[in-house]
Structures are given as C-alpha cells and as structure tokens.
Write a new protein. Structure first.
Length: 201
C-alpha cells in the first residue's frame, strides 16, 4: 500500500513537471513568434547645419544610431527587417562646410545619407536666411562640381530641395510644378544620375 501511494506521488510529480515544462516551452515559443511578427519601424532624421562645436555631438548621435537601429538609404521602403528599428539620415540645404564635416563620419560608420540641394543656390550663400549671423554660421551652399563628386560616394544620394528654397504652399500650382521639375532636371544634369527624392523646403 505504501509503495502504491509513493508511486502515485511520483506519477503526479512527473505529470506536474511535464506540464510546467510544456507551459514554459509554449511561452518561449509564443515569445519568439511575437518578436518575429512585430512590424519594422523607420524614422527620418533631418539635419541642416553641423558646426565645429556640434561635431562631437553629431558623431556620438551617429554612433548611438548604429548601435540601436539599422541605418538605411532613402529608397529602402519595402526592404525593412521585421522587428527592427530603421533610420534614414538626411541633410537639407547642402551647406558645404557641414557636408565636409559629416561625410567622413557617416562613411566611417557605413551610414547612408541623402543631401537635398537647392539648385539655383549652388556655390552661393543661403539667401533665404535673413539673419546675417546665422547665414555666416551656415556658410555657402556646396558647388555644382563638389555636388557631382560627393554623389559618386556609394553611401550618398542627392535629392532636390527646389530651385530657390521657396515654400510650395505659397506658390501657384504651376509654379510649384516648375520648382519640382526644373530643380530635378538641373541636379540630374550635374550629377549624371536620376534624382528620386524631393525634400520640402
């Protein structure tokens, strides 16, 4: 009688352990399934000016970005990895000194970048900045020749930022279409490549 009672206890213990193990495995499997089913995310970071005093901060941001997410090019829609955070890095206006500072850092970390250039202001000061000190701080826009050179970098893509950096909402439909098409055509002639992107001024 004593052996039978012990046998029942052993059987119950075994069943309990099997149930616990099954429950744990099921939770583990469900967790993996949930992770796999999480949708990918993507944010776009837009920069303008990176001065010498901000360069260390910018470099730290890029290093953190690489550790915590997957940097992707602007045309990567549909190529995202499930359950991963993605980020697109862009720069408006194409200030020459800023590009000189940031391209080596982005290249070192393997981060793709899109630069949006206002086609009528290449090699000139940013006339749309009314504050003289801010305009001096930003410096001139990149030249057409330098824009062509940096476009050869496999991590760099060039987009249009309009002709004159005008707000499209303040223009007629015809003028806005001209701003889009003419700036695209001009930049394509400079870099010898198709321009796929437009950054709204």
């Amino acid at each position: 009688m004593k052996q039978t009672k012990q046998g029942k206890i052993i059987k119950r213990t075994i069943k309990f352990l099997i149930a616990v193990a099954f429950h744990c495995l099921e939770n583990l499997r469900s967790g993996f399934v949930k992770i796999e089913e999480k949708p990918a995310t993507c944010v776009v970071l837009t920069y303008h000016v990176v001065t010498d005093s901000l360069l260390d901060q910018f470099e730290s941001q890029i290093e953190m970005l690489v550790r915590s997410s997957v940097p992707v090019a602007s045309d990567s829609i549909g190529k995202f990895k499930k359950s991963r955070h993605h980020v697109v890095v862009t720069f408006d206006d194409c200030y020459e000194s800023t590009l000189d500072r940031v391209i080596p850092i982005l290249s070192k970390e393997g981060v793709p970048v899109t630069f949006f250039a206002p086609s009528a202001h290449l090699g000139k000061d940013a006339a749309w900045i009314t504050d003289t000190e801010r305009r001096k701080l930003a410096g001139p826009i990149i030249t057409a020749e330098k824009l062509r050179r940096i476009s050869q970098n496999p991590l760099v893509s060039i987009g249009s930022h309009g002709i004159n950096h005008r707000r499209l909402t303040e223009m007629s439909d015809d003028d806005a279409m001209g701003e889009l098409s003419e700036s695209k055509k001009t930049i394509e002639e400079i870099i010898g490549k198709k321009v796929k992107f437009f950054g709204v001024p």
